[in-house]
Design a protein around this ligand. Sequence first.
Ligand code: COD
Ligand code: ATP
Length: 199
Amino acid sequence: MLRVGLTGGIASGKSTVAAELARRGAVLVDADALAREVVEPGTPGLDAVVHRFGPEVLDGERLDRAALGRRVFADAEARRDLERIIHPRVRARAAQLEAAADADAVVVHVIPLLVETGQADDFDLCVVVDLEPDTQLRRLRERNGLTAEEARARVEAQASRAERLAAADWVIDNEGSPADLRRQVDTLWSELAAGGAAG
Ligand SMILES: CC(C)(COP(=O)(O)OP(=O)(O)OC[C@H]1O[C@@H](n2cnc3c(N)ncnc32)[C@H](O)[C@@H]1O)[C@@H](O)C(=O)NCCC(=O)NCCS
Ligand SMILES: Nc1ncnc2c1ncn2[C@@H]1O[C@H](COP(=O)(O)OP(=O)(O)OP(=O)(O)O)[C@@H](O)[C@H]1O
């Protein structure tokens, strides 16, 4: 098994890269998807979130993610409390999924906060999706319909570009077109399929 950690700032293009790797045969373990799964209606994770943040973060029986996002991206202590609830549950599920993969699989863990949570050395290869801050803010605002201030708060809740690049064994530059991105994924996949790049 080859274990790859894939990260990048918010709206850098991680999900796009991950989907391209999956098309080529990688097994994905997506921390954002697991972070949603562990707070599905009726889960102990959702109970813990409501206990900390109150019923105002619920929309019916579901988590109101936009409401919770507004709370935690405006308040670092609230964000840490949420992370303490979500992260251990995500890690447990990720370990289960990895254990179920074939022995010869390329397993790609997509982890937005890989650098922030000190996991860069836990993988055979740490891949960072990189782009200019202006491009990142523009794509984030377009995708999520955020104000400039909201978008900046989300970027500032994360590691800096320099911190992420310092942890990288392999960098994908997502300044260009989607086709350019796919070409870079082809190069990365050739290395992974050959047993992993030097790291
Ligand atoms: C605050 C929440 C409810 C907002 O949900 P929403 O659907 O709007 O966003 P989504 O979950 O798709 O996350 C989008 C992106 O936000 C960034 N982000 C999410 N949580 C955090 C955080 N705690 N710190 C910094 N950036 C974060 C990541 O880049 C992520 O890819 C949600 O992000 C959440 O539960 N966050 C805490 C869990 C966490 O740390 N997740 C990230 C890795 S597991
Ligand atoms: N090369 C590109 N050119 C133009 N738009 C792009 C490119 N790559 C990604 N995007 C767009 O930028 C946005 C962010 O991409 P994506 O969702 O893959 O990022 P992400 O890193 O997974 O985000 P998050 O951290 O929020 O989960 C999306 O709207 C996507 O369609």
